[in-house]
Design a protein around this ligand. Structure first.
Ligand SMILES: *Cc1c(COP(=O)(O)O)cnc(C)c1O
Ligand code: SF4
Length: 364
């Protein structure tokens, strides 16, 4: 059990956050809204501070955590990271909250889980270059950074070996040269980590340079930032994406309807209104979204925002995530119910990643 007491409400910074090159130091003396960089720097990295915020300490002043929470102590390297905009949507006092379950390190991660490993997708086998993976024809995936705006406990890249970032000009140059040299590529997927934690300068340069590569026809961005840090989707970013010479698609990672609040709605509307097609992907997670009714509510909300549900992923079997797994037969039942309750275009493809296959495996 973690019994560390935190005396001051001042946030701790993780090493990763200190490396954040974008944005100046926070100036707390004025009343303007903090920048997205400031919100990210102030993200929760201390479990006691998070528990206090969500009303899960036994005493009002932040005493020991609620006994219902089997906290992982000490947390592993892939520690807690959750910014206030996400944390503010957690239902106070509920240790079973589906948003909290996605971010809180617990001893469930230590359960023995045969078949779960550190690189379930064997991504190491698919390196085109240091920061580029290619598994599928015509599409390559760029690991733009190892940083994220939130740490999701079920993430299959939690043990990733890639530590670079396209903030580094040499890495960016290598990525661009590799893509330029491969005329079979038509689409570049910016992934990570989360590409939208990169600063505007890096993203702007990247989008511009990719747009100049003659054989490339589309850029796709996979991101959880519109959910975790909606203020990142500001005018400047939207301008950069809208200025791209080739179409930019956005795939937003979202798992539960309560992850979408008015700030997230605003962020998504900004993207949609600037002409960027927005799709969603979700991971099917036990005790988070493994009921048809929860997913119906999620996909209805997304459709209201003109977001097309794209993929519902079967959990990748990464070590430490076994307690999130829903078996495939359970997933198939849920999809069957979704088909009865939603328009056809509102039901995402239920898919599983199979190492070595030429596409994701469509389960339903
Ligand atoms: C999922 C994935 C893609 C994209 O696949 P789509 O079916 O086109 O969405 C591309 N590259 C890698 C390595 C992937 O894991
Ligand atoms: S934001 Fe995406 S890449 Fe980052 S931890 Fe969450 S699921 Fe993994």
């Amino acid at each position: 059990m973690m019994i560390v007491r935190e005396k001051s409400p001042v946030s701790f910074q993780s090493a990763d956050q200190r490396k954040d090159s974008s944005g100046g130091p926070g100036d707390r003396s004025d009343t303007r809204d903090p920048s997205w960089q400031e919100v990210l720097r102030e993200a929760y990295t201390s479990v006691p501070r998070l528990l206090k915020r969500v009303g899960l300490t036994t005493w009002a002043d932040g005493g020991p955590p609620s006994p219902a929470l089997p906290l992982l102590d000490p947390p592993d390297e892939f520690g807690l990271l959750a910014p206030e905009p996400f944390v503010s949507r957690i239902r106070p006092g509920d240790p079973e909250d589906p948003l909290l379950r996605q971010i809180l390190p617990t001893t469930e991660e230590l359960l023995p889980c045969p078949g779960f490993c550190v690189d379930p997708l064997r991504e190491e086998d698919h390196k085109l270059a240091g920061a580029i993976l290619q598994k599928y024809t015509g599409r390559c995936l760029v690991l733009t950074t190892s940083r994220c705006a939130i740490h999701c406990r079920f993430c299959f890249r939690r043990f990733r070996s890639f530590c670079g970032s396209l903030d580094d000009p040499a890495t960016q140059m290598q990525v661009l040269r590799t893509i330029e040299a491969d005329r079979s590529l038509r689409e570049v997927i910016l992934s990570g980590g989360d590409p939208l934690v990169l600063g505007d300068d890096t993203l702007g340069e990247l989008v511009e340079r990719l747009g100049k590569i003659g054989h490339l026809r589309r850029i796709r961005i996979h991101s959880r930032v519109p959910i975790a840090l909606p203020q990142r989707i500001d005018d400047q970013l939207v301008k950069i994406l809208a200025a791209s010479k080739i179409p930019v698609y956005m795939v937003v990672h979202v798992n539960h309807p309560r992850e979408i609040d008015t700030n997230v709605e605003t962020a998504i509307r900004r993207l949609v209104q600037s002409g960027i097609p927005v799709l969603s992907q979700s991971v099917l997670l036990r005790r988070v979204n493994d009921r048809a009714q929860v997913l119906v509510e999620l996909f209805e909300k997304l459709l209201d925002l003109q977001v097309i549900p794209y993929y519902l992923h079967q959990l990748d079997r990464v070590q430490g995530a076994a307690h999130f797994e829903v078996d495939e037969s359970g997933g198939l039942k849920i999809i069957k119910t979704l088909r009865q309750l939603l328009p056809g275009y509102g039901v995402p493809r239920y898919v599983r990643e199979v190492p070595g296959e030429r596409s994701k495996l469509i389960l339903a």
